[in-house]
Each structure stands twice: as structure tokens, then as C-alpha cells.
Design a protein around this ligand. Structure first.
Ligand code: RB5
Length: 148
């Protein structure tokens, strides 16, 4: 059974609930770290909590949400070991896995996407990492976790 950690700020509560329902219907285990109310929370706190949970192990990937997806993705990419891709369509959903082997994807609850977010998630989950030449590039990216 696939397992996903899901979290978002107050800018994406409705989207988070929709994604959680979608994943559960697909028989995917979801760890939902909130937020669930309209009270404002700070997206770096949300991103860090989800990354820490993911890094405990046992997860296939994480999904982060905020108003735009930008704040959570910037924050998550500062956590060692995380590769968070800001997804905008089916092509970026596919490439995020095939080429970047992203372990987190991010979306915005206030963004008007041309395709449903659930379809983009489905595409990401259904795509295989291609490996090969991408291994070298990912190794170089992850080396940036260390001070330059
Ligand atoms: C919160 O108002 C908003 O700034 C946040 O959800 C996100 O869009 C930041 O990138």
C-alpha cells in the first residue's frame, strides 16, 4: 500500500480535503498533518512538519499545499534530502518523477489550474523514475544540501 504525507496551510484547506478523499479512494494511506481550519498558519512550519514526517521513512512521497504552492516548495527544498517540485500541469507532474525523482510535490489552493490537481497527482504517482543520466544530475542537486 502506498503511503503519502499531506499538509497545507490555510490557503489550501479545501484542496487538501479533496486530495485526502481522492487518495483514500485510491487505497493510499494518508498522514494528514493539517491545517484543517481557516486560522492562519505559517507555511514554513507546515512544510517542515511534513518533511520531518517523510524523513522518518515509510512514505512514497509527500504533498504540500499553500495558496500558491510556492512558499511550501521553497521551504521544503531547504530541508536536507527533500526534492519538492511545484507542479502546474500533467507534463510537469510527469517530469517531476521521471527526471527529478521528486519526493514531494506542491500545489496551490488559490491557483486556477487547467487540469484537476487530482489528475496531476495521479500522473506523478503513475510515472516511473527514469534513472540513467538523471542519477548524476540528482546526485549533484543533493550535494547542494551540504554547505558550498
Ligand atoms: C498565505 O497567505 C500565503 O502567503 C501562502 O498560502 C502561500 O501562498 C505562500 O507561498
Amino acid at each position: 500500500m502506498k503511503k503519502i504525507v499531506l499538509a497545507g496551510d490555510h490557503g489550501a484547506v479545501e484542496l487538501k480535503n479533496r486530495i485526502a478523499d481522492f487518495l483514500k479512494k485510491k487505497n493510499i494511506a494518508v498522514t494528514d498533518l493539517g491545517t484543517s481550519g481557516s486560522e492562519a498558519v505559517d507555511y514554513p512550519d507546515i512544510a517542515l512538519a511534513a518533511c520531518r514526517e517523510f524523513l522518518k521513512g515509510g512514505y512514497d512521497c509527500g504533498i504540500l499545499l499553500c495558496g500558491t504552492g510556492i512558499g511550501v516548495s521553497i521551504a521544503a527544498n531547504k530541508v536536507k534530502g527533500i526534492r519538492c517540485a511545484l507542479i502546474s500541469d500533467l507534463f510537469t507532474a510527469e517530469m517531476a518523477k521521471a527526471h527529478n525523482n521528486a519526493n514531494f510535490i506542491a500545489f496551490g489552493g488559490r491557483v486556477a489550474y487547467a487540469v484537476p490537481v487530482t489528475e496531476m497527482i495521479e500522473k506523478f504517482l503513475a510515472t516511473a523514475y527514469e534513472g540513467g543520466r538523471h542519477e548524476r544530475r540528482i546526485a549533484k542537486m543533493m550535494a547542494l544540501d551540504e554547505p558550498c
